[in-house]
Design a binder for this molecule. Structure first.
Ligand code: NIG
Ligand code: FE
Length: 410
């Protein structure tokens, strides 16, 4: 099956397979009056002006529209039961996030809800979220476990991700995050929980190929640097690539640990020190920033994206979609906070949600760009230019979405 998208007002390509660092993030090629030829799953060709179209080709007219690579969300907690709107008033009264968790609320209340759901019930809920992601332009999303926190329920969540392959157009990239919190039943024996992960869960998940990455919530009151090092190193020894939730609230040194372990990415980074940023830059660790979470936690503080870029780091952006600190599936919402909170420009933002996001999940060879040979994952925005759909905020600008060469949102 061939598709031609033609008359594209602004075609944003972001070609290449390497992360764009610092000032390169704003060197975005835009083809005016562009076209794209798609054959089967792949992008075959692209150009400017008129395009020859052979028979049996579906033509999409993108006059007055902007076309970008499919958006990539490199950090989500997609697999969870329940929701936490009941915590909202408590948060508005100023109760800190970590205090809610310490009282058995927060992540731990979602653990209860997730454990209570069967795989089929959970699948129904997750699919609804995946539909929303696709409708808002996301074509690939990283998805963490971390609300099961025992062998059976962590495996249930990761198996669910595997079962969703082929069952939904969105691509999911699985991450094991058993080190999301210490479950209530291990509150007084946390060492036993760490042993369970190291001796049983991680080996099983790696042998079954249920995850590509391992992640850990390295934060004051959650997992210490030493504990995080043990857990992540265990995953690494079993062939999992490393991600880390670091320096979200306190500057604990999670970023330095990410550099030490050659992590693919370090995420959150609101409290990261200059030393941590330099360490990431030296080791090629991708910062994944989550500005909608900063907003939602009412921290009046964002990760220092501009300083990271001055140090020639690349930046990727993600939703952090989860029921506690960022209940939204929409990367377009994240664009708003990246722009008005972090002061990133539309060109920097689209780079951070396409090619750089692809690098954050190790998929830069196949997605993240509109270039011959890459998968035909494409979003058509009903907006005349890239600046417009970030400037005009709070609504969904997606006109259509193409995933693996097929129109999935029309
Ligand atoms: O990335 N920081 C840890 N985990 C999530 C929040 C999870 C929750 O509150 O349920 C995050 O913000
Ligand atoms: Fe997170």
């Amino acid at each position: 099956m061939s598709i031609v998208i033609k008359n594209i007002n602004e075609l944003v390509t972001l070609s290449g397979n390497a992360p764009r660092c610092g000032s390169e993030m704003s060197e975005v090629e835009i083809i005016e009056n562009g076209w794209i030829l798609i054959e089967d799953d792949y992008i075959k060709d692209l150009g400017q002006g008129d395009v020859k179209v052979s028979d049996n080709t579906k033509i999409i007219d993108a006059k007055d529209k902007t076309v970008t690579p499919g958006l990539i969300d490199p950090h989500t907690h997609l697999i969870h039961g329940g929701s936490r709107e009941h915590e909202l008033e408590m948060k508005l009264m100023g109760v800190p996030y970590i205090d809610i968790l310490k009282k058995g609320g927060g992540i731990l209340s979602t653990v209860k809800a997730t454990r209570a759901m069967s795989k089929e019930e959970l699948k129904k809920k997750v699919k609804k979220s995946m539909d929303k992601m696709l409708l808002h332009g996301t074509t690939t999303c990283e998805s963490k476990s971390g609300y099961g926190l025992n062998f059976e329920d962590e495996v249930k969540c990761l198996e669910l991700i595997r079962e969703l392959k082929g069952d939904h157009p969105l691509t999911l990239v699985p991450t094991y995050m058993g080190a999301h919190a210490v479950p209530l039943e291990y509150r007084d024996t946390r060492e036993k929980y760490i042993e369970l992960m190291i001796d049983k869960v991680i080996p099983y998940i790696a042998q079954q190929g249920l995850a590509e990455f391992i992640d850990c919530f390295c934060e004051e009151g959650v997992f210490s640097i030493e504990e995080s090092r043990r857990i992540l190193n265990c995953g690494k020894n079993y062939g999992l690539k490393i991600k880390i939730h670091g320096d979200e609230i306190e500057p604990m040194g999670g970023t330095e640990l990410a550099a030490e372990l050659n992590a693919v990415s370090a995420e959150h980074l609101l409290a990261t020190s200059e030393k941590g940023m330099i360490a990431m830059q030296r080791k090629g660790v991708m910062p994944v920033l989550l500005p909608a979470t900063s907003f939602y936690l009412m921290l009046n503080k964002y990760a220092d994206a501009k300083r990271m870029m001055e140090l020639n780091l690349p930046i990727a952006l993600a939703t952090d979609y989860n029921p506690g600190t960022c209940p939204t599936e929409s990367l377009q919402t994240v664009m708003t906070f990246a722009c008005f909170g972090m002061k990133l420009t539309p060109k920097e933002i689209i780079t951070a949600m396409t090619i750089n996001a692809a690098c954050a999940i190790g998929k830069q060879d196949t997605i993240g760009s509109i270039a011959p040979g890459k998968k035909a994952d494409i979003v058509i925005f009903d907006a005349p230019n890239l600046n417009y759909f970030i400037y005009h905020f709070g609504i969904n600008h997606v006109d259509s979405v193409i995933k693996n060469g097929r129109v999935v949102v029309d």
